[in-house]
Design a protein around this ligand. Structure first.
Ligand SMILES: C[S@@+](CC[C@H](N)C(=O)[O-])C[C@H]1O[C@@H](n2cnc3c(N)ncnc32)[C@H](O)[C@@H]1O
Length: 255
């Protein structure tokens, strides 16, 4: 039986790769690397650095590059497009695992942050197994997520006493803050949606390029710092060609 490891490698700081991730990496016979069209070269470089830095001297592991199928990003087709994309990925990965990984071998995928958070690696592997043509065992190694990198860098707790925290992509926030969560983590927001929210006293803890030398951190009331964050984000994107940011919105509590 083949074994596939889905290994979380943290959100940008090579020091935040766990001992468990390093051990899993050193068990691999084949590392599958997804080559995403338009992915920032620096992100690919970070993956290579993690791999090179933590692979024990003399340990051989073959690297197999997989071209990522294109994805239709038109908003009106969002759910269907994600399904089509996952199907296409599953077909590519299934072929690669079958041909490149011998029976009894151990293959792996490195996942940014934690594999359970806004990442489709687990879902694509499950789709292959559900297809029935190729069987393998899989394990998931947790990683430090961007959410936890964010709260650590701001030195704050994610939740308030007895409170609910919601994690959401930016596009869902356009309808407003959820009624039943006072603390909301927002990821994948290209539009600085926080600037459009009508919430007096709303606080933001924002971080971009967390864990990297380019890290940016801003905290304060959205009414005071919202525009500054938007400006910083825009400038950083112009300068580097890409940006990854995450933020926590905290509603003012009465009293
Ligand atoms: C596809 S999701 C992957 C999340 C990842 N699995 C995790 O655990 O953080 C990509 C989003 O994660 C967030 N993100 C990932 N790395 C980040 C970093 N170093 N700094 C800020 N945000 C980051 C951004 O919101 C980005 O749009």
């Amino acid at each position: 039986m083949r074994q596939i490891s889905v290994i979380g490698i943290g959100a940008g700081d090579p020091e935040q790769v766990t001992l468990q991730a390093i051990a899993a990496l050193n068990r691999l016979d084949v590392l599958f690397v997804i080559e995403k069209d338009g992915d920032a070269a620096e992100l690919a470089e970070f993956r290579r650095e993690v791999f090179a830095r933590h692979l024990a001297p003399g340990r051989a592991c073959r690297v197999v590059e997989l071209a990522d199928p294109p994805r239709d990003r038109r908003a009106e087709r969002y759910a269907d497009a994600v399904e089509d994309w996952r199907d296409a990925r599953a077909r590519t990965w299934e072929g690669a695992i079958a041909h490149e990984l011998p029976d009894g071998g151990c293959g792996g995928f490195l996942v940014w942050g934690d594999p359970s958070l806004y990442d489709s690696t687990i879902a694509v592997l499950d789709r292959i197994r559900a297809g029935g043509a190729l069987q393998f065992e899989r394990e998931v190694i947790p990683g430090v997520s961007s959410v936890h990198a964010l709260t650590a860098r701001h030195g704050i707790a994610l939740n308030r006493a007895g409170g609910t925290v919601q994690i959401t992509p930016g596009r869902r926030l356009k309808a407003g803050l959820p009624a039943d969560a006072d603390d909301v983590v927002v990821m994948l927001d290209r539009d600085c949606v926080f600037c459009e929210l009508d919430e007096p006293g709303l606080e933001i803890y924002w971080g971009a390029y967390l864990g990297t030398p380019d890290e940016l951190l801003v905290a304060g009331r959205v009414s005071d710092v919202g525009n500054e964050i938007r400006r910083l984000r825009h400038e950083a994107r112009q300068r580097k060609g890409w940006v990854m940011d995450t933020y926590l919105l905290r509603r003012a509590r009465p009293g």
